[in-house]
Design a protein around this ligand. Structure first.
Ligand code: DMJ
Length: 466
């Protein structure tokens, strides 16, 4: 049974407090916390830029009215957040967590320091676009400005979900700085994409930034593809529904995804498969579960009277992803689950059984709740809270799990920064009123950082710089 709403909200506040206090105690100023060994965890995604958890958590602290904590986080940003470092970083990760986190903190609090830092960091990212096509590199040394791609990526390619997940932040960077370069860079990415032939109307995950040609024809709505699709829809929404190009690209892509990737299992579960050169792999990632929320969010604008259909699709994906949680012994979902070899919504490979505090399933519950008010989404969210408290909460914070089918849990000893920016924020919003960050005025970046919708008559830049 779900306890009263107020106690649920307090529970989320207490979860955030536990995650934050332990980070502060054992890993202050470092990127992430190792909650079992009680020390800092550094990820090479951010090079030696520090403080990922602080920047990622700023807006959650603000929204939960944790004023003291927000203040100490702001002071850390003022005194210590430094981008003048010799660091090779992931352009995508730094954009969604640091630029996104700083932008949201600015829009929520109005504190100039966050705007200044966001623009300063945005400028450091610009050399990533110095490629023959303008499709950015995945990795960039922010001191030398030299970029390259992940050595494992097909044919030296850049990754769709990485170069396709800069749009929202870069539009805001132009808006807040008056420097139009940011917007030009992301608009050019679309131009390159629109010139290319797409197999069956689908977007492969790999694109070579030098030749402008696709790499392997692998298509995914999970890892390597996911937030590219999310940003097409959200770019349109964030533009006050004026960005027609974004709208068209989104609904055309969904049409192709429905035709070629979405299938129903014999047990009646709708899932989104992966497409490899025309062959389907009947596997769905935890990351793919965000798509339920995306379909529902895009339902209102769906062409050809398809609004109801897109909501239904969102509901079906939410149900499937809930099943992936419900069919484990911990009631937390695995990294990937399959629909083949006689199983449905279950991980069959040992290396797909982990749960690293990811948000996507809870994110979809939050969107489905706001858009349908069906109480089951709050119940499902509450089940996740109970499981997180039972299995992921440890003395020193929250930890990921190595095998969600085995109750003798083994912790991975990482408290991911997205647990504070996304998982806990979406849980809080799921149980809050709809007028907290209402969808008409706010769009969430892929790390759950809220960015305001820009209306044509929004006033000028100076107004926003106040
Ligand atoms: C986050 O950094 C973002 O949600 C991203 O889009 C996908 N991966 C993690 C969370 O799982």
């Amino acid at each position: 049974r779900m306890p009263l709403l107020l106690s649920v909200i307090i529970a989320h506040f207490l979860m955030m407090k536990h995650a934050w206090d332990n980070y502060k105690r054992y890993a202050w100023g470092l990127n992430e916390l190792k909650p079992i060994s009680k020390q800092g965890h550094s990820s090479n995604l951010f090079g030696n830029i520090q403080g990922a958890t602080i920047v990622d958590a700023l807006d959650t602290l603000y929204i939960m009215e944790m004023k003291e904590e927000f203040k100490e986080a702001k002071e850390w940003v003022e005194k210590n957040l430094d981008f003048n470092v010799n660091a090779e970083i992931s352009v995508f990760e730094v954009n969604i967590r640091f630029v996104g986190g700083l932008l949201s903190a600015y829009y929520l609090s109005g504190e100039e320091i966050f705007r200044k830092k966001a623009v300063e960091l945005g400028e450091k990212l610009l050399p990533a676009f110095n490629t023959p096509t303008g499709i950015p590199w995945a990795l960039l040394n922010i001191k030398s400005g030299i970029g390259r791609n992940w050595p494992w990526a097909s044919g030296g390619s850049s990754i769709l979900a990485e170069f396709g997940t800069l749009h929202l932040e870069f539009i805001h960077l132009s808006h807040l700085s008056g420097n139009l370069l940011f917007a030009e860079k992301v608009m050019n990415i679309r131009k390159v994409l629109n010139r290319l032939d797409k197999p069956e109307g689908l977007y492969p995950n790999y694109l070579n930034p030098s030749s402008g040609q696709w790499g392997q024809h692998h298509v995914s709505i999970g890892g390597l593809g996911d937030s590219f699709y999310e940003y097409l829809l959200k770019a349109w929404l964030m533009s006050g529904k004026t960005d027609e190009e974004g709208r068209k690209m989104y609904y055309d892509a969904v049409q192709a995804i429905e035709t070629h990737l979405i299938r129903k299992s014999s047990g009646g579960l709708t899932y989104i498969a992966e497409w490899k050169g025309g062959l389907l792999e009947h596997k769905m990632g935890h990351l793919t579960c965000f798509a339920g929320g995306m379909f529902a969010l895009g339902a209102d604008g769906a062409p050809n009277d398809k609004t109801g259909h897109h909501i239904e699709l969102g509901a079906e994906i939410a149900r499937t992803c809930h099943e992936s949680y419900d069919r484990t012994s911990m009631k937390l979902g695995p990294e990937a689950f399959r629909f083949d070899g006689g199983v449905e919504a279950i991980a069959t490979r040992q290396n797909e059984k982990y749960y690293i505090l990811r948000p996507e399933v809870i994110e979809t519950y939050m969107y489905m709740w706001r858009l349908t008010h069906d109480p089951k989404y709050r119940q499902w969210g509450w089940e996740a809270v109970e499981a997180l408290e039972k299995y992921c909460r440890v003395d020193g914070g929250y930890s990921g799990i190595r095998d969600v089918y085995n109750n003798h849990q083994s912790h991975d000893d990482v408290q991911q920064s997205f647990f504070l920016s996304e998982t806990l924020k979406y849980l809080y919003l799921l149980f809050s009123e709809d007028d907290l960050l209402p969808f008409e005025h706010w769009v969430f970046n892929t790390e759950a950082h809220p960015l305001p919708v820009l209306h044509k008559d929004d006033g000028n830049k100076e107004e926003n710089q106040k």
